[in-house]
Ligand binder design. Structure first.
Ligand SMILES: [Zn+2]
Length: 206
């Protein structure tokens, strides 16, 4: 029987990665090992490298979390990534599979050394949380389109939750989908276009 994502979660839920990129039980880690638990909260379904929440990937409403197994197995969210690549003989076993968002899955290393994979995860966890990445992408998109990022920051601080959700829908409508996944640069470019439209409407009113 094929391994599902809940099986993978069940194996990894008490594991951690140490600063020399070893996988251990989190409970056995010493402070000097500066270990990261692979999963921080069992019901917080997010990419195990960048922390991107699953509901952003799958564009679904956050469930009531009454069925953990169903939530982890949601087909549209995290992807099963091989730690040692299939092409290098990596097996289809829970200890060789890891759950990642589509962006991290594409970026993760495929080498013969499995410590390379864990070194990459450790670095991502420490330095490249999805919020940092999104901010950098937003900055980059602003430069491409000659927009002052401060205008975008001010805009975000001025809108409420309903407006944010409305913004999300308009961004999704403005992006064309490559496969099942919208690239972060498309999202950021679309986001800027939508914001600029809103801002120019506001200016028009005055
Ligand atoms: Zn990720």
């Amino acid at each position: 029987m094929a391994i599902n994502k809940f099986d993978i979660y069940s194996f990894w839920k008490d594991k951690a990665i140490t600063n020399i990129f070893e996988v251990k039980n989190y409970a056995d880690c010493k402070e000097k090992e500066e270990a990261f638990p692979v999963i921080e909260f069992s019901d917080d379904i997010c990419c195990w490298a960048c922390g991107l929440p699953s509901w952003i990937i799958s564009d679904e409403k956050i469930s009531e979390l009454d069925d953990l197994e169903k939530d982890w197995n949601n087909e549209k969210s995290l992807q099963k990534a091989h730690i040692l690549a299939k092409s290098l003989g990596g097996p289809e076993t829970v200890n060789n599979l890891f759950l990642l968002c589509p962006t991290c899955h594409a970026e993760s290393p495929d080498t013969r050394e499995i410590t390379d994979f864990f070194a990459w995860v450790y670095y991502k966890r420490k330095n490249e949380n999805y919020i940092t990445i999104m901010y950098k992408e937003l900055e980059r998109a602003c430069k491409m389109k000659n927009i002052d990022i401060q205008i975008v920051i001010d805009y975000f601080s001025s809108i409420d939750y309903d407006k944010q959700m409305n913004l999300r829908h308009r961004i999704i409508k403005n992006c064309s989908v490559h496969g099942s996944f919208v690239s972060i640069s498309s999202k950021m470019m679309a986001l800027l276009s939508v914001i600029l439209k809103d801002i120019s409407k506001e200016i028009g009113k005055h």
